[in-house]
Design a protein around this ligand. Structure first.
Ligand SMILES: *Cc1c(COP(=O)(O)O)cnc(C)c1O
Length: 536
């Protein structure tokens, strides 16, 4: 069956395949990594295109004063396979050579990585840091991913029916597809029309400012236009040139990453003319990577659900002790929270009212383990981390911050916590796949109705929601509403169930696993991609 399936090249700036392979930053990369693993498991004809980052994303540690600082080193990997292919792209009038590596080490479909760190380049640092720089360097990186990425497919002889851009970073790949067609004699309009037939697009951030744009002049100067004129660029992406808008115009269909996100995205981009339709295909996870199979079995009656969970909880407690010397109590409720430090995620929401939360922390009725990085250039995000660290110092027995959030921490927390707390200011969370990992490990979600959660939540049966989907243009009002709702569910439902009704808790754990394990598994997502996006 699979050889009749369209072959797909998936473009993404980052891939989270393994904790040791530092070419990912966060959720976008985790999705891409899980996607490639799912593609391998199901045998779909998919390859990935990405960048071999020299330093990856930041290693973010906490200094003596409790402030985050960034640290970088050059990483070397023994498992990269030399394809023998090098492609060329002109950046700032200079030839940049991109060596192409193959990665197939992690149970993933073939991933081809472009690398500028080779002796014949003057610009060896283009692929230095993932999301490390803005302006010209970011454009250069995106030219490598998009333009050199398509050239790599040609040189490798990989036949491609569908080009899937995961996020707008990859949109210059469409410029290369257009250039190829115009070189064969097609007009710009015809080339765009034909390119659109081959491209599909996944949009991510539902915050307008989070959608990258570049000055037209700068794109021209860099050579990112790839032969297109200023007018043609403006026609595709506006001025300044918005990468998401261009991707919406250069694709035959687009998807948002959850159903609520689909609504939000359609509203957000309603004024963009000539764009592709945005449908909702909810994200999913690769179970073998994230989920303890013993928990899946136990939910089917094969094994002891509670004992297996306690085993994972003890492992987490041990892990926390090794890293921080803080020893948590296995008999007290343990809440996990790990997120990129962004204001809308409201990491410190639960601490809003000290009169309520302080006694619970002091008596150790609640323990909270936090993790998460701020973007290296985001001072607001760094303040958020600093604040959580400070709260940890105030309640050292019950609030812990784990520095340098990565796949290892993600895995430990989504297995060993009792509760997975998630409180974004709705509807700003696109999907939130960490909640799926938790749910399938029997870690109960306690979350606002954002991202994927409205699709899965059965309040009081497989987890809890709070806030009832409230939204307000007034952030203070929104936060006040949600924190009140959080306390209510926490005090009236979560704590009594955990401490006084273990039977119900276990039932909920079981429901959490059985109600999510199939639908939020990456195989379903891949099947939807094929049915709704890849197959015409
Ligand atoms: C799962 C995971 C993510 C994505 O989770 P969100 O719910 O989107 O925050 C990000 N980073 C790491 C390390 C993960 O394991």
């Amino acid at each position: 069956m699979t050889d009749k399936m369209p072959s797909v090249a998936y473009f993404c700036m980052e891939y989270g395949l393994d904790t040791s392979f530092k070419i990912y930053a966060g959720g976008l990369g985790i999705l891409a990594g899980d996607y490639l693993k799912g593609a391998k498991d199901t045998g779909y004809p998919i390859v990935g295109i990405g960048i071999k980052w020299k330093q990856g994303y930041t290693d973010q540690l906490i200094d003596e004063e409790g402030r985050p600082f960034d640290s970088y080193k050059n990483y070397h990997y023994d498992f990269l396979k030399d394809t023998g292919v090098t492609v060329k792209v002109k950046i700032r009038q200079r030839d940049v050579y991109c060596k192409v590596w193959l990665v197939d080490e992690f149970g993933n479909a073939p991933l081809y990585l472009l690398d500028t760190d080779i002796p014949q380049n003057e610009d060896r640092w283009i692929c230095g840091q993932l999301y490390g720089w803005f302006g010209e360097e970011r454009i250069a990186q995106e030219m490598v991913l998009g333009i050199a990425g398509v050239r790599a497919l040609r040189s490798l002889g990989i036949k491609t029916d569908v080009y899937h851009f995961n996020e707008g970073h990859a949109v210059f790949a469409a410029f290369e597809l257009i250039r190829e067609k115009m070189q064969e004699g097609l007009s710009f309009e015809e080339a765009v029309r034909k390119t659109r037939e081959e491209v599909v697009f996944t949009t991510h951030t539902p915050i307008k400012e989070g959608n990258e744009s570049h000055y037209i002049d700068r794109l021209m100067y860099m050579g990112a236009n790839n032969g297109l004129t200023v007018e043609q660029l403006v026609k595709l992406g506006g001025a300044p040139f918005n990468m998401t808008v261009a991707a919406l115009r250069l694709s035959r269909i687009s998807n948002a990453v959850a159903q609520l996100h689909c609504e939000t995205s359609n509203k957000m981009w309603q004024d963009i003319k000539d764009r592709s339709e945005i449908i909702g295909i909810t994200n999913a996870i690769h179970l073998p990577t994230w989920v303890d199979s013993r928990m899946l079995d136990a939910a089917e009656g094969k094994g002891d659900l509670w004992e297996t969970h306690m085993d994972n909880k003890r492992k987490l407690i041990e892990f926390v002790k090794e890293r921080t010397s803080i020893e948590l109590d296995e008999n007290a409720l343990l809440i996990g929270f790990s997120r990129r430090a962004a204001p809308y995620k409201r990491s410190d929401l639960i601490f809003t009212d000290t009169n309520i939360i302080e006694p619970l922390l002091k008596e150790r009725k609640i323990q909270i383990v936090f993790s998460g990085k701020a973007h290296p250039l985001d001072d607001t995000g760094k303040k958020i981390v600093e604040n959580i660290v400070k709260i940890g110092k105030k309640y050292p027995q019950s609030v812990v911050f784990l520095e340098n959030y990565d796949m290892t921490i993600g895995k430990m927390l989504t297995r060993g916590s009792d509760i997975w707390l998630n409180n974004p200011r709705r509807p700003k969370e696109a999907s939130g796949t960490s909640g799926m990992k938790a749910a399938m490990n029997g870690v109960l979600n306690l979350s606002t109705l954002d991202g994927w959660w409205p699709e899965a939540c059965r309040h009081g049966e497989n987890g809890w929601q709070f806030g009832d989907g409230f939204v307000s243009p007034n952030e203070a009002e929104h936060d006040a509403h949600d924190v009140k709702a959080l306390y209510k569910v926490l005090l009236e439902e979560v704590l009594p169930t955990y401490y006084d009704n273990r039977k119900k808790w276990k039932e909920m754990m079981k429901n959490s696993i059985t109600s999510t394990r199939k639908y939020f598994a990456v195989e379903r997502m891949l099947q939807e991609y094929y049915e709704k996006m890849y197959i015409k």
